[in-house]
Design a protein around this ligand. Sequence first.
Ligand code: NAD
Length: 360
Amino acid sequence: MNFNVGVIKGDGIGPEIVTEAMKVLDKVAEKFGHVFSYEQLLMGGASIDVHGIPLTDETIAKAKASDAVLMGSIGGNTSTSPWYKLEPSKRPEAGLLKIRKELNLFANLRPAYLYEELKGACPLREDIIGDGFDMMIMRELTGGLYFGERSTGMENGVMTAHDNLTYTEEEIRRIAIRGFDIARKRRKKVTSVDKANVLDSSRLWRKVVEEVAKDYPDVSYEHMLVDNCAMQLVRDPKQFDVILTENMFGDILSDEAAMVTGSLGMLSSASLNETKFGLYEPSHGSAPDIAGQDIANPIATILSAAMMLRFSFDLDEEADAVEAAVKQVLKEGYRTADIDSEGMTRVGCSQMGDLIAERI
Ligand code: NAD
């Protein structure tokens, strides 16, 4: 099959890690008989340097016209880079927020998977880790508290701030459907997280999730209060498959889940809209401190490319092959600097890409 992939290499280590992900995709194409055509798109600092703004209409149009977008990361050193002397709307990160909005990427997926070989990096006790854990945090990305009206002003002589938390039925339904669809591709369990004992928006969330669940009799589901979920993530992370939640709860819980895996360079992510389209990027930033040294870990980006194969292209077998190749390389003891430990073989970014591609 033929697929058009928009590629935003971005800044810092972005170009290095995306090059490795493309290397792996090319091997998938060769092995499984597909054609991936890449269109390079500028965003972030790289776009500021050429166009003076972090995201142009042309990039948005080309991203929309592609089947999916693979991204490295954008941004520079926030203290020293001239990009951060620009007004906030012209800085690199403004491009990222704008593209998410323009492409209506309302569903954010962040897997938290503990590799057997990297158990040492997990901050939890061994008896809690057990055989490891494998969960997907599904966060609503374009609604809720972060997008509601806000204001600060004097009220009755007292400085007062308001942030509005609003969700419509439709916003909840579309993310719930995505969550149940994805659970179907996994271990068929959804934990819907809310604060229904206090918030109206959470009570609506719960009602809509229950309606959606009726269409998925093969997927089991439960409701969990957000405070309990935060606790359960460190008490017994094995219990979770898909965690489905609203914007702010998801922001916090996905960072917590990421930290219990312990390895920033391994964490992929996807942001999806109502169609098959998605933007795929590692969870980490552009790591300007190690850019251009061939020492960055490309695995999070390679795993993001695997998510693209699975969720945008419906190529499950190919995605499995990429994930298996990553596991195999770790099993053989190859490590980039960030995940290295005693007795392992240290490799650079490019060699890590070669090793994974060779095992597809
Ligand atoms: P960062 O994630 O870039 O780096 C944090 C630390 O982790 C650094 O020490 C870095 O060297 C290390 N690290 C990160 N990814 C790594 C990898 N793949 N391999 C090895 N080590 C890795 O976070 P930061 O330093 O706070 O931010 C740097 C820049 O990235 C900022 O401009 C920030 O705004 C931007 N940023 C972009 C995104 C994005 O594009 N989605 C996300 C987060 C941060």
